[in-house]
Ligand binder design. Sequence first.
Ligand code: GFB
Length: 316
Amino acid sequence: MPNIYSLKNKTIWVAGHEGLVGSAVVRLLEAQGYEVLTVARAGLDLRDQSAVQRWMGAHKPDVVVLAAAKVGGIGANMAVPAEFIYDNLMIEANVIHGAYVCEVEKLLFLGSSCIYPKDAQSPIKEDALMSGALEPSNAPYAVAKIAGIEMCKAYRAQYGCDFISAMPCNLYGPNDNFDLESGHVIPALMAKAHGAKLAGDNVLSVWGSGRPRREFLYSNDLAAALLVLLEHYSGAAPVNVGTGEDISIAALAKEIKHVTGFEGTLEFRADKPDGVFEKRLDTGIIRSLGWAPQTSLQDGLALLYQWYQARHIKIS
Ligand code: GFB
């Protein structure tokens, strides 16, 4: 597949380099010998427009991977919706506009599968976007992410900017948020199962009915897909990235029991939200570009648990 854009000798800014997605992209870029530019959150508040334009003007990245965002699981989205819409709108508006002002050659914006209508038919194609009502539990976040996609399209149409968007399914991997209330399901259940095992507890609390289905992609596989898109895709339409397979939350909980060695029982909390029933993505476009996931859910969970245990022991 011929490159339409080469990352060689380019200064690549990974915004959000310490997070789940950003850290995976940095690992891959550095492993392939690319020059990666990063800035600590304490060094640059991406919600501050003038600070972003000053910093981008001074550092002049050629490429921007916009992985910085305020993210969280269903619990966090329902607890602090104003923060989700404000922070994400400000971050994306500042960085996308800053990329235009500073003549960035290529920008990749990260959306999320939760931006699709809650009743979208699975597997969900990219053109299902804005064809129906959003899932209420994360509508503010979804609207912010849809705005980011539309902004990339508008800057491409008006100014000819090569700004593209990727729509990943649910992700997991190193540097995820393991907080039991604000984290996504895999890190939250893994932390709960690990804690229950160490404490000798017999019950693992699973939110909701366990019936919803989710598609989970290991972050290293997403990073590989993002590099394929940077070098082989230039278009207005967002591109889905996923494994093409989903699993029920109940079956996932059993997998997490197995990988952590927790031997107690699962308790399903009906007082907690299920969210959307399913949101498996159609990944025909990304696969046509030559990408395919390399990490099975079982292998990914084992890798993540090894990472978590090593890090957890260091912290405690
Ligand atoms: O991972 P999660 O919070 O994200 O929840 P969503 C996925 C499913 O796992 C839901 C269930 O049905 C939860 O009820 N679940 C079971 C749990 N136990 C737990 C638990 O201990 N913690 C959590 N968090 N869930 C998010 C959006 O929705 O998807 C975000 O809210 C983002 O904005 C993300 O887009 C990709 O898949 O439901």
